[in-house]
Design a protein around this ligand. Structure first.
Ligand code: ADP
Ligand code: MG
Length: 774
């Protein structure tokens, strides 16, 4: 993106500082490693108590620049220093592909460590984490800063060790999972993470925006009747057009009255909206979604009787990953594949809420400006566009828009073929596997050798993409694949105009188009880019503006079939509008995800905090007697009609079941509740006096934690169910989010009183004689 006026103003100020850093070039030239290390240590000590001035900053950067020069041979240029300064201020720096962001990260990390912050460096995948840890890690280590790599396969002890490092490299998911797992441990010492100070996110848009669509989730298997999914699929197959409504934009489908009636008859229930019929409702909704909204070969593929998710950004199948909360099962039923057990959520957090916990956050990427508003609103980060070091020499052509797919395909092959004949390397971008295969077939028919980027392994991917700049090479890649790897041109390719990028579809956001284009013309290289699209592309076929639909139909009806692009000026505006519309819709979806997660986030923070306090103590923070009294009062002091009393008696029975409390239910019913409560508490006091206080504390803590965890997981599951079902009730003219907040809050209160109830019950169950120590 172009720099705005504001960007220019901001950058101007940073540039002053960057220039001063470059001027200090000689300052650390004559210091040997020991002296540089010593300087690092001095600074680290100094800024524990002192504020860092601009002069300090300049010196710190100059030293890091000297170290980088020695170890990597790279001399950081002014714009790289500007980028680093921007990042150090907790902003997003947009720096084009190939500008050397890996080196930029060095400065930010070094100065943050000196400021006393532990640094997490997030990369798009494990391959890049490892690569960058080696490249930049060696410079940091040269300066006496410790560096580690966070990987999925590490055990608890290894994890604990890596988290003691000053700088830790890894993927967002790995750090997020560590956080979640840390809040499931049973002993304080088992935690591995060491605080969330400063995080620098590379490929920030990919992580904070694209990945942020799916929350992180730890789960296990849940027992349930899987045949219900097949039943629901049958039900949905019998639905007629009048039974349901679909909102394609919002990707939402719901039943209208006729459909609801049909479903109720099918499941043989009076209403779908009762507590006991919730599961039917949920599974019906899932089947509807699976059937009408989820598209085969777009959202998922079926391979060997297995349903695999397609990553919407790379277009690759994701083995092992499943859609959440039963959707995967519903799709399996739809496709006639074996329905596998549903998993139960044990812990979950959104990417957004995970990263918002850091004290300081910053990010760098080639494409951020288009998503400026989201970075600001969700993460509180400004986006600053950093100018490129050399002028961009890429020729970006306006789109060729064809009438039909077929014509588009032919034109793409023609375009690629003459470029290939002259030896210019070409990168063809597609947005789905389906398209990728289609184009690959066309290329093969035309005898154009090409490499296809659909590897499942990031290291291989990097190898392929690195070769894409060789003379005559044709590379066909789903979008975003190979992010983070530079495409270097060989000598011949330079002569022939550099890399040509052909986009075969406009993506669902301009940002991803720009990312693809940015593969060419890096670091002042020559380059070319053009999108070749058609009126039949999903983007344009699905765009539901009335004026557009009319125009598109007219154009398609009159299509001259000459193979030439449509010659209409306004068309580009429509393409842009369609894209903007989708961007907006996707942003709304992410915001919605976040507003829902905020309800759980609050609860999660409360529970995690209580857990953390408990883990650090030898015993409970609250008096167990107080809990017992509270629960006893809720349980025994009940008044109401006959039915309420029946339920209350049941609850009382449950409360006392398995205890040797000497009063029978008959006696309790006759007695004044206050008397019962006093008796119960005194009896319990007597019981616990027979148990050594220390043992008692340990047992209490263990039991409390156990129950809290168990019921928290159940509660999470209930929240998930609530979330699934809530949209249906939007039908009844209520704002689903408001309902979710309200009912979610009630569920949370229920959760709290439930685990206190079972805790009090467990206290009563304790038998001093039966206690086995050990
Ligand atoms: P980005 O992440 O911004 O796309 P990389 O960090 O992958 O870019 O760097 C791209 C290439 O530029 C690498 O080969 C790197 O070694 C090189 N590079 C980075 N900084 C400099 C520099 N100051 N001078 C020369 N080459 C550099
Ligand atoms: Mg990079």
């Amino acid at each position: 993106m172009e720099q705005s006026f504001n960007d220019k103003r901001i950058v101007r100020a940073y540039r002053e500082v960057a220039r001063k850093i470059v001027k200090k070039e000689g300052l650390y030239h004559n210091m040997d490693q020991a002296e540089l290390k010593e300087q690092t240590a001095i600074w680290r000590e100094k800024f524990k108590t002192k504020e860092m001035t601009e002069r300090d900053k300049i010196n710190i950067f100059a030293l890091a620049r000297e170290a980088a020069r020695r170890i990597t041979g790279l001399e950081a240029v002014t714009v790289q220093l500007i980028g680093a300064l921007v990042l150090g201020d907790g902003k997003v720096a947009e720096m084009k592909t190939g500008e050397g962001k890996t080196l930029v990260s060095l400065f930010v990390m070094y100065i943050e460590v000196i400021r006393g912050n532990r640094v997490h460096l997030i990369t798009a995948n494990e391959y890049l984490a490892k690569r960058d840890r080696e490249e930049i890690g060696q410079v940091l280590e040269y300066l006496g800063v410790s560096v580690a790599l966070n990987e999925a396969q590490l055990d608890k002890f290894q994890k604990k060790a890596i988290y003691t490092a000053d700088v830790i490299y890894g993927t967002a998911a790995e750090f997020g999972f560590d956080y979640l797992r840390d809040n499931m441990v049973r002993a304080w010492e088992d935690k591995v993470q060491s605080g969330l100070d400063f995080v620098l996110i590379d490929e920030a848009d990919s992580i904070l925006i694209d990945e942020a669509r799916t929350p992180l989730l730890i789960s296990d298997k849940k027992e349930e009747d899987l045949s219900l999914y097949q039943d629901a699929e049958l039900l949905v197959q019998s639905m007629l057009k009048d039974d349901y409504e679909i909102d394609e934009q919002k990707r939402f489908v719901w039943l209208n009255d006729a459909g609801i009636e049909k479903a109720q008859r099918f499941w043989q229930v009076e209403s779908l909206y009762l507590e006991e019929t919730q599961n039917f409702l949920r599974i019906t909704m899932l089947a509807l979604r699976a059937h009408f909204l989820m598209q085969k070969d777009k959202d998922y593929v079926v391979l060997d009787d297995e349903v695999l998710i397609i990553d919407p950004h790379t277009g690759r199948a994701l083995p092992g990953r499943r859609f959440n909360d039963g959707l995967h099962q519903a799709i399996e039923a739809k496709e006639g594949a074996a329905v596998k057990e549903e998993s139960r959520t044990l812990a979950t957090i959104t990417i957004q809420n995970y990263f918002r916990m850091y004290k300081k956050l910053s990010g760098m990427t080639g494409t951020a400006k288009t998503e400026e508003e989201e970075f600001k609103e969700i993460y509180g980060m400004d986006v600053v566009v950093i100018p490129t070091n050399l002028k961009v020499n890429r020729q970006d052509m306006p789109d060729d828009i064809f009438y039909t797919q077929k014509e588009k395909g032919r034109a793409i092959i023609y375009e690629v073929s003459w470029r290939h004949d002259k030896g210019q390397p070409t990168l063809i971008g597609t947005s789905s596997i389906k398209n990728n295969e289609w184009i690959s077939g066309l290329l093969t028919d035309a005898n154009i050798p090409h490499q296809v980027l659909n590897a499942k392994n990031h290291a291989q991917e990097a190898e392929i993409i690195a070769k894409a700049g060789k003379r005559g090479m044709v590379t066909l890649a789903t979008n975003m694949a190979g992010r983070g790897t530079d495409i270097k041109l060989d000598e011949d390719a330079h002569q022939l105009g550099g890399l040509a990028v052909i986009g075969t579809e406009r993506h669902e956001s301009r940002r991803i188009d720009l990312q693809l284009m940015g593969r060419a013309g890096r670091r002042g290289d020559l380059g070319f880019s053009k999108f070749m699209i058609s009126l039949e592309d999903d983007l344009l076929a699905d765009y539901d503006s009335k004026r557009w639909i009319k125009l598109r139909e007219k154009l398609l009806r009159r299509a001259p079939r000459t193979g030439k692009p449509v010659n209409k000026l306004r068309l580009h505006t429509y393409v842009y509008e369609a894209q903007k519309r989708l961007e907006g819709a996707n942003y709304d979806l992410r915001k919605e995800l976040l507003s829902y997660d905020e309800v759980i986030d609050l609860q999660r923070k409360m529970v995690y905090q209580e857990r953390n306090e408990l883990l650090q103590r030898q015993k409970l923070g609250i008096s167990s007697e107080k809990i017992l009294r509270e629960i006893a009062e809720q349980t025994f002091k009940v008044t109401g009609d006959e039915q309420t009393m029946e339920e209350a008696y049941k609850r009382q029975e449950e409360f006392l079941a398995g205890t040797s409390f000497p009063m029978s239910m008959e006696e309790i019913k006759r007695e004044d509740p206050d008397v019962v409560i006093e008796k119960l508490i005194n009896w319990h006091k007597g019981q616990r006096e027979k148990i050594p206080a220390e043992t008692m504390s340990a047992i209490e803590k263990e039991v409390y934690l156990n129950l809290m965890d168990q019921m928290w997981v159940m509660h999470l599951d209930e929240m998930v169910q609530l979330r699934e079902g809530i949209h249906l009730r939007a039908y009844a003219q209520q704002d689903p989010l408001v309902m979710y907040q309200k009912e979610g809050g009630e569920l949370f209160k229920k959760f709290q009183s439930e685990y206190h109830f079972y805790f009090a019950h467990a206290l009563l169950e304790l038998e001093p004689d039966g206690l086995v120590m050990g």
